[in-house]
Design a protein around this ligand. Structure first.
Ligand SMILES: CC(C)(COP(=O)(O)OP(=O)(O)OC[C@H]1O[C@@H](n2cnc3c(N)ncnc32)[C@H](O)[C@@H]1OP(=O)(O)O)[C@@H](O)C(=O)NCCC(=O)NCCS
Length: 175
């Protein structure tokens, strides 16, 4: 089952985007977005340079439809899917976010829009905070997270940054 979860809108560069929730039958969309990631983006998102998703990872990415994992995809008019954000339940009011934007669309506000939609969905699901890890070299991810979650806390853990973001509903976007 899929449903629209965010009003259609535009990115900072004026590109029209629609965001909707994915369901277990949307595996083709997961595949298209993965195929449009460069090796560097795949590494930053999946910590792997593999050109294809393993069967296990693909299965877990498509295990959608309940509260345990929610995925939202952005679609550009006539261009197909441009990115996906997920929130995975960690229990005790916490969830783990993960986001990927196809390389051709990076730096155009898609990640910001997806993270806003994830923040709003997390708030609607009753999550208190999002907790995740990004590689310390991943300036784009940290920039996008800081933009959408101004109260983010960042702790260094080796090559990674542990990021903790209080979830408050749709509100403050740092300009
Ligand atoms: C991280 C990612 C999702 C960001 O999405 P995006 O659509 O490129 O980001 P946006 O265009 O919305 O930019 C948001 C902010 O990120 C920052 N940013 C974006 N690209 C950047 C870059 N290359 N270097 C530094 N900062 C960058 C900026 O601060 C930007 O804010 P601004 O508009 O005020 O300048 C995207 O780059 C991506 O998919 N990367 C590969 C996968 C990944 O790293 N996922 C995150 C780990 S789970």
């Amino acid at each position: 089952m899929t449903s629209a979860t965010a009003p259609a809108g535009s990115t900072a560069d004026g590109s029209f985007l629609r965001i909707r929730e994915l369901g277990p039958d949307d595996d083709d969309i997961v595949d298209v977005v993965f195929a449009r990631l460069s090796p560097r983006s795949r590494y930053l998102r999946y910590q792997s340079h593999a050109a294809e998703l393993s069967a296990d990872v693909r299965r877990s990415l498509n295990a959608l439809g309940g509260r345990s994992q929610v995925a939202l995809a952005a679609f550009a008019a006539h261009r197909g899917p441009t990115g996906i954000v997920r929130i995975v339940d960690l229990g005790q009011g916490r969830a783990k976010p993960a986001v990927e934007v196809v390389d051709r669309w990076q730096g155009r506000g898609v990640g910001t829009r997806l993270l806003q939609a994830a923040r709003d969905r997390a708030a609607a699901l009753g999550y208190r905070e999002l907790v995740g890890e990004v590689l310390a070299v991943n300036d784009a991810a940290l920039g996008a997270l800081r933009r959408v979650f101004p109260a983010i806390r960042v702790r260094r853990d080796g090559a990674a940054l542990v990021v903790t973001m209080p979830v408050s509903g749709p509100a403050e976007l740092v300009a």
